[in-house]
Design a protein around this ligand. Structure first.
Ligand SMILES: Cc1cc2nc3c(=O)[nH]c(=O)nc-3n(C[C@H](O)[C@H](O)[C@H](O)COP(=O)(O)O)c2cc1C
Length: 308
């Protein structure tokens, strides 16, 4: 049996396969190495980094729902300085591209994060999370306003020469408008989707299940929405897409690739069982072998051509 070549070119980043961990679901990724060989992954994305350290939201901040989870972690992280001095050096020991997810509550936050990370070696790309509330702008998430997405993308581009991924929120009416704003701002790659805003009520206690009331829904429940958004965005933008939302199996990953994603991320699936990541890589290779596919380029976006 020949081993297949699963490599993909993500805006110039050469990944040995399209499998990436999704931000916030496996800490700083080194933790995962206790369970799986992380160097088999295409890349890892670290949890959202903010300018200052954050304790996150009060508990409970995770609630199970049918086919998904709600989270309101609130970006618990050690802050950018500690990330650079302690976490990044540890991660750099591994042979794999590192994507650093950054979250800000103002344009200045994003500028500060990008300028502090710009001189650091060993970062493959910055992933700009625009799903956080814009405190200065009244609390609405950056990612729900195309002008703000453009401004965030521009400010990060000004400070950072390397690859920039803008990660879109699905909590919008027109995802294509948001994706076009990200592309125009100078982003190299778009990732989608972040979590969908939701809630759960604990009827025994007669109160919201999350201390923060609302949380982000992820997991298989969101997959059809995520897939639809990847498909729509792929029709309109020229930069590559990282697709995510509910991927649990190789078949799920194939759906995203066929919808037009060049790479895929797995979040909730990693939390359920990190071995899923390895099974997806093996499953993609098996699919390629069974269907005599030499390169994933042969199937990326193929679902579009079926529509004529
Ligand atoms: C517990 C948890 C924490 C997350 N933290 C972040 C984060 O810090 N930054 C970010 O951009 N996305 C974050 N996300 C969103 C995921 O990266 C991903 O976009 C989303 O969960 C959809 O993928 P999935 O269904 O495979 O989990 C988080 C998701 C979960 C479940």
């Amino acid at each position: 049996m020949n081993n297949r070549n699963l490599s993909v070119d993500l805006a110039g980043l050469q990944l040995k396969n399209p499998l990436i961990t999704a931000s916030g679901t496996c800490g700083f990724a080194v933790e995962l190495n206790e369970y799986i060989d992380i160097e088999r992954l295409g890349a890892v994305t670290v949890k959202g980094i903010t300018v200052d350290p954050r304790d996150g939201n009060p508990v409970p901040r995770i609630a199970e729902t049918p086919s998904g989870i709600l989270n309101s972690i609130g970006l618990e992280n050690p802050g950018v300085d500690k990330f650079i001095s302690e976490k990044l050096p540890e991660l750099k020991d591994y042979e794999l591209p590192i994507i650093v997810n950054i979250s800000g509550h103002s344009l200045d936050d994003f500028a500060c994060l990008a300028s502090k990370l710009a001189p650091c070696d060993g970062i493959a790309a910055l992933e700009v999370n625009v799903s956080c509330p814009n405190i200065e702008g009244g609390g609405m998430a950056f990612g729900t306003d195309s002008e703000l997405i453009y401004k965030v993308g521009k400010i990060v581009r000004k400070e950072y020469d390397g690859k920039i991924i803008v990660k879109l929120s699905p909590n919008v009416t027109d995802i294509v408008e948001m994706a076009c704003a990200a592309e125009e701002s100078g982003a190299d790659i778009i990732s989608l989707i972040n979590t969908l805003l939701g809630m759960k009520i604990d009827t025994r206690q007669r109160k919201p299940a999350l201390a923060n009331v609302f949380g982000g829904l992820s997991g298989p429940a969101v997959k059809p929405v995520a897939l639809r958004m990847v498909y729509q965005v792929a029709q309109k933008v020229d930069i590559p897409i990282i697709g995510m939302g509910g991927i649990m199996t190789a078949n799920d990953a194939l759906e995203f690739l066929m919808a037009g994603a060049t790479a895929v991320s797995v979040g909730t699936g990693t939390m359920v069982d990190p071995e899923i990541l390895m099974e997806i890589i093996d499953g993609l290779e098996e699919y390629m072998r069974d269907n005599s596919i030499d390169s994933l380029d042969q199937i990326i976006g193929i679902a579009h051509s079926a529509i004529g």
